[in-house]
Design a protein around this ligand. Structure first.
Ligand code: PLP
Length: 380
């Protein structure tokens, strides 16, 4: 019914991921997927685009209700309309939360590279604390390390759940432990949940819905950018149940509120009104198979190690065993596969591999990486 196997034809779409690549290089890097967006979204956008009038649109109130319905249906999580504050996209929402707090902020590394640049973008000091890694390369929140690193100046902690780039989906127990740590030190949790619907192994827990206490001191930011593959139609929303926190957030945002873009409104109504639920389920099934194929292949290569990916379509690969200085450069030059260099996430020994693509593209990339590693092994 849904054709995720169709090879992409992204020429002419001004794609960051596909532009400027060397000849014959397969892009497995930037975090978007090589699948068409779901048909109900394409139809709604085309219908709106065909209309010749482009005056100021209304629609955020209606869209807010649609998002509320989605959270109720998907997570059984209740949201009051006033809790939702629209933001230009997820990162500006996170930045706004940090700015309103004004102190030092913390997060666990490796971390999504844009979040790692927020100290300079928000002009605030940051404390980076490594995640804990077990013998199976699985990452978890290191509360002891957070305790050791925290200072009285820390006012906010960014939680990335599911976590880009390590693919963790935090359990209720882990979220409760993090909540206890933040409560003890009076720290606001800013939860970036942009990947929340790419939940492959377990149900995502929206942070604000964890318990009553979570509602009191948190900002949860999300969008449909990842699940529906529409980051080119940017918007996002912050869910802020507490009126005092929300007031502060809105005051900080003054003058920079999200504007209603008519095409984005058309797309987002379809993204959240249930029209795409069948597509989303089929996508998750397809991505799970891609993930299993990639993990099985990487398990055969002794030079590579990876944590099991629970969510996101981003696989974190420890390439220490290759013994090369720059693994991303090695894969681009020797395998003609472009991945993201781990250094931007805080670990130069790793790369991030995006498996959100048709199976044939994935298998070709895996074949090429394996062949390049075999050649490297034989040359030693
Ligand atoms: C964890 C995370 N947050 C935010 C973003 C970007 O959000 P936006 O484009 O809505 O600002 C990304 C994109 O890859 C991401 O992975």
């Amino acid at each position: 019914m849904y054709d995720f196997d169709a090879m992409p034809t992204r020429a002419g779409s001004d794609s960051v991921k596909w532009a400027g690549l060397g000849e014959d290089v397969i892009p497995m890097w930037v975090a978007d997927m090589d699948f068409k967006s779901p048909q109900p979204i394409l139809d709604a956008v085309m219908e709106r685009a065909a209309h010749p009038y482009w005056g100021y649109p209304i629609g955020l109130d209606k869209l807010t209700e649609v998002v509320i319905g989605h959270y109720e249906r998907t997570y059984g999580a209740h949201i009051e309309p006033e809790w939702i504050v629209w933001v230009p996209s997820v990162i500006p929402g996170v930045v706004n939360a940090l700015k309103m707090m004004g102190g030092t902020f913390m997060y666990s590394t490796p971390m999504y590279d844009h979040i790692r640049r927020l100290d300079s973008e928000a002009n605030l000091p940051v404390i980076e604390v490594p995640l804990k890694k077990d013998e199976n390369n699985q990452f978890s929140m290191d509360i002891e390390a957070l305790e050791a690193a925290v200072t009285p100046q820390v006012t906010a902690l960014i939680l990335c759940n599911p976590h880009n780039p390590v693919g963790r989906m935090y359990t209720e127990e882990e979220l409760l432990a993090l909540q206890a740590f933040c409560k003890k030190h009076d720290i606001l949790i800013v939860s970036d949940e942009i990947h929340c619907e790419i939940a492959l192994d377990r149900k995502h827990i929206p942070y604000f819905s964890l318990n009553e206490e979570a509602k009191n001191y948190s900002v949860t930011v999300s969008s449909a950018g990842k699940i529906c593959n529409i980051p080119g139609l940017p918007t996002g929303f912050a869910i802020i149940p507490d009126p005092k926190v929300r007031k502060k957030f809105i005051r900080e945002q003054d003058g920079l509120q999200a504007c209603s873009n008519a095409l984005t409104l058309a797309a987002y109504n379809k993204a959240y009104d249930g029209s795409c639920d069948g597509w989303k389920d089929a996508l998750r099934a397809y991505l799970s198979e891609n993930r299993d194929i990639a993990e099985a292949r990487f398990a055969q290569i002794p030079e590579l190690k990876n944590p099991h990916n629970e969510g996101t379509y981003l696989l974190w690969l420890d390439c220490t065993g290759l013994g090369v200085e720059d693994a991303a450069k090695f894969f681009e030059e020797e395998a003609k596969v472009k991945v993201c260099a781990g250094v931007i996430y805080g670990d130069p020994t790793c790369v991030r591999f995006n498996y959100g693509c048709p199976r044939a593209q994935l298998v070709e990339a895996l074949d090429r990486m394996e062949a390049a590693i075999k050649k490297l092994r034989e040359s030693k």
